[in-house]
Write a protein that binds this ligand. Structure first.
Ligand code: PGA
Length: 256
């Protein structure tokens, strides 16, 4: 059985005080190791929220939105994996479309970060997705194949085997726009992704790898998306900033 995950990507939102208020309102308990809930707040909130979750004995996990691929050095404004691990963070998002487009992270940089994080024993949530123009042109399946190429061909198989790689398909045209991919579009692409993994890494890896959908997931569409056979949960932006919405999305995952 594949692990189902709902992860809230808070982006550059919420002060530590506001974050704690939100966390105190989140409801998640599960006896199953196959259902996970994560929050991914800004750097400044990581340590405080990690301590809060630990004190509450919470099942909610916490990850970082980014990292630098090196351990230390003259890189003003950057944060290393070593620093994250020191405060107990072992999950990191890489390749989010906002990092790719607004902060010029090209495929090579995303690969460097992924590879460095995995070598440091992080679990990565690897984000990728096509632009609207690419979908209109009909090249979206190829774009996705290219975005996954390095990960599939250059990363040691052991990281796939240990399930340290979670994929998050996020069509760029659906992020923060309110325009969700239909459940059919999501399923079609997730199936394509699983097939690509199967072709190169075999059926077992393909079947065990969680593939999340992201892009305007909200309480009203979460259940239908999560019910798709190849959709193993969601990466949630805007709707994860509100406790009622996020709790409702978590419930959709648990009860589907
Ligand atoms: P959204 O963001 O849910 O606000 O569309 C998703 C994401 O960027 O991960």
């Amino acid at each position: 059985m594949r692990t189902k995950i709902v992860a809230g990507n808070w982006k550059m939102n919420l002060t530590l005080t506001e974050s704690k208020q939100l966390v105190n309102k989140l409801k998640f308990s599960s006896n199953s190791e196959n259902i996970r809930v994560l929050i991914i707040p800004p750097y400044t909130n990581l340590d405080g929220l990690k301590r809060l979750l630990d004190a509450q004995n919470s099942n909610i996990e916490i990850g970082s939105q980014n990292l630098h691929h090196l351990n230390s050095g003259a890189y003003t404004g950057e944060i290393s994996g070593q620093m994250l691990k020191d405060i107990g963070i072992h999950i990191v998002l890489v390749g989010h479309s906002e990092r790719r487009t607004l902060f010029n992270e090209c495929q090579e940089v995303v690969f460097q970060k992924s590879s460095s994080a995995l070598n440091q024993n992080f679990e990565i949530i690897y984000c990728f997705g096509e632009q609207l123009s690419e979908r209109i042109e009909g090249i979206h399946f190829n774009v996705i194949k290219n975005q996954l190429e390095h990960l599939i061909n250059k990363i040691d198989l052991k990281y796939w085997e240990s399930k340290q790689i979670v994929l998050a398909y996020e069509p760029v045209w659906a992020i923060g726009t309110g325009q969700t991919a239909t459940s059919e579009q999501a399923q079609e692409m997730h199936h394509h992704i699983r097939h690509l993994i199967q072709q190169s890494l075999g059926v077992q890896i393909a079947n065990q790898t969680s593939i999340l959908y992201g892009g305007s997931v909200k309480p009203s569409n979460a259940k239908e998306l999560f019910q798709q056979p190849d959709v193993d949960g969601g990466l949630i932006g805007g709707a994860s900033l509100d406790a009622t919405s996020f709790n409702s999305i978590i419930k959709s995952l648990i009860t589907q």
